[in-house]
Design a protein around this ligand. Sequence first.
Ligand SMILES: Cc1cc2nc3c(=O)[nH]c(=O)nc-3n(C[C@H](O)[C@H](O)[C@H](O)COP(=O)(O)O)c2cc1C
Length: 139
Amino acid sequence: MKNEVIYLTKTGHSKKIAEAVAAALGVQAKDIKTKPALEQVDTLFIVGGIYGGASDPAMLEYAAGLKGDTVKRAALLCSSAGGKTGQGKLRQLLKDNGVEVCEEEYICRGNFLVVGLGHPNKEEIAGAAAFAKKIAGAP
Ligand SMILES: Cc1cc2nc3c(=O)[nH]c(=O)nc-3n(C[C@H](O)[C@H](O)[C@H](O)COP(=O)(O)O)c2cc1C
């Protein structure tokens, strides 16, 4: 089963989370800003921050190019200062493209100005890796 991990970050949290997830799965995390070309992925882990209540437009633009014949399934992880997801649009866009999206999403706290200082912490990042292993069915 082929796993891939991609991320979009503005302040580094999603990169940290994606790298922990990728290490747990034995792959390299890829930055969406480099427009990674994906081939036949079983599970694609997508990690992104929430800005103004939503995913970054570049994340949505990249995801719009992902189709169900290349990416069978996606699992979403997000980081947000408020500890809530804002990836509804991303989820819908993937589904509309024929990509199955895992119901469960890993939501990691981030920080913005004074909100969420100290997050994401070690335990939260380890939790992201554990979530990914569970979804991937890794031992
Ligand atoms: C410009 C900007 C806007 C943000 N807007 C929100 C928001 O609407 N809701 C929220 O919960 N967090 C918001 N945050 C906090 C980020 O979602 C959080 O810090 C996240 O971990 C950032 O991920 P990143 O470091 O991968 O970019 C915002 C952060 C920035 C920089």
